[in-house]
Design a protein. Structure first.
Length: 148
């Protein structure tokens, strides 16, 4: 994983974990221990799903850059569908408070998406590879009449 990819992951995971902490506090006040467990599970699911998706998307960008946009659309659609499946599977569980789980899952997902959008806007990623000015670059510049 490149350093800018790791920074992107960190800039998304930290605010999401903080949102999970807020969800745990609210869940604890409203539903007791089961609310805390439900909120923690919701935040963990979001961080796991979205983190794996971001890592997979970065691998796709490295190996198949022409599929990056399509892969991103498929990935986000799949992630939202998987989160809906997780909500459906744990709908009637008695392991934790399902409302705290669902609301924390929703809130953490929104925080992740906002943090990822902000991190991407703040990232200084070159989208054009600068041409080297040593060796062939100088010869090419001289041949075309470009000034350095």
């Amino acid at each position: 994983m490149q350093s800018n990819d790791a920074r992107m992951l960190l800039r998304c995971a930290v605010p999401t974990a903080l949102a999970g902490g807020v969800g745990m506090a609210v869940g604890g006040v409203l539903a007791g221990g089961e609310g805390v467990i439900g909120a923690a599970a919701g935040a963990a699911v979001v961080i796991l799903f979205m983190g794996m998706g971001l890592a997979g998307l970065q691998k796709t960008a490295e190996s198949l850059p022409h599929l990056f946009q399509a892969m991103g659309l498929v990935l986000y659609t799949t992630q939202i569908l998987l989160l809906a499946v997780v909500l459906a599977v744990f709908r009637d569980t008695t392991l934790f408070d399902t409302r705290a789980f669902a609301f924390t899952l929703l809130g953490a997902t929104l925080v992740w998406i906002a943090a990822q959008a902000r991190a991407h806007m703040k990232a200084k990623i070159l989208y054009v590879q600068p041409e080297s000015q040593t060796g062939d670059g100088q010869a090419k510049a001289a041949a075309t009449g470009a000034r350095s």
